[in-house]
Write a protein that binds this ligand. Sequence first.
Ligand code: MEV
Length: 441
Amino acid sequence: MASSAATQQPHRSGRISMPRTSRISGFRDLSVEARRAAVAETADIAPESLAVLDPDQGLRVDLADRLVENVVGVMGLPVGIATNFVVNGRELLVPMATEEASVVAAASNAARIARVHGGFFTSTTAPVMQAQVQIVDVTDPEAARLRLLEHRDELVALADSQDPLLRELGGGVRDLTVRVVPSRAGTYVVAHLHVDVRDAMGANAVNTMAEAVADRAGEIAGGRTLLRILTNKADLRLARARAVFAADALGGAAVVDDIVHGAALAEADPYRAATHNKGIMNGISAVVLATGNDTRAVEAGAHSHAISPSGHYTSLSRFEKNADGDLVGTLELPMAVGLVGGATKAHPVAKAALSVLGVASAAELAEVVTAVGLAQNLAAVRALATEGIQRGHMSLHARNVATTAGATPEELPAVVARLVADKAVRVDHAERVLSELRANA
Ligand code: MEV
């Protein structure tokens, strides 16, 4: 990659990041081996560190056997690299684990459009997770709430004493809040511990704390403690991304207006919102999975955040036209991802993915993930607002079909073009096209 001292940028963490560009021309036409070499060079990591991306060198069965129960094997998923990303001025190649064709290409394409106006701009709140302690059989729930708050310092100190290492790292318990929750089976007093979990996803830390304070909280409230567990509605741990997509690069002013219409339907209509948000999660879950994080936790947090103040399910992102006529996209959602603990440290492919990203904190990872979600969303809504989703999808699917039929890399373009033109993206047709092509060669 071309490099010069002038392109060196101070990293948000204060590190000097290597000069690099995520805009690698012709990346998709390279062999897998050549792509890996380009990724290693761009990310400034040892090429050997990406060898774990080979199925036989990745997650071995004996390691898998230590991660979960009753292991009989390991399931592979493609890991693609989204190119073109710039996040807060930093060039990034983004590993994405997904089984869905066109996701990686679509994210890369949207990131290329965002580059015109500087890429993605992101921010996060502090990494505060919450644990809930449910207290049942309380005769005076409102008074119990205040009694618990009067003992806030005692309960916070008790919870904090569970994790001295977290405190050493600058994290720890930040607050205690208490809610009264009426339900069909009774009125519950629910205490929330707010914990800054630093670079962890945080489930283990906050669950341990919730269990540690449960008895005392029940005693103060005058009831019986029941559930003690984190909430995946991690709405104190938000990540945000914003990007401007130039009207010209999107296809013109009419495309901007139609994307705004498409996004407005998702805001107003839960049926469309579910699919719109699924498009966001195509990007988010792929990066969360590639980095060994908990996709279900992030998905639960995202969907819980998609409830509007008036109580209806809505879209997580917003698209507006700015004063210059360009499209501005924004996305904000809970993002409980970590860099320490769990599969992020144990899974060799997750470790390699994190080294490609070169992120220095969980917050930075959360921001990249959110930028990818916004890119993915823009790509889908743009396709839907213009030519429809199938044409792009089918030509990528045609590559898979042609490869399955035995096309060599040299034969691929011609076979793909025929399958798409004939509107017959099937293996039997690809085999026929391939024999014709070879007979005529
Ligand atoms: C398909 O995986 C995702 C989309 O349905 C998202 C959307 O409709 O916005 C294309």
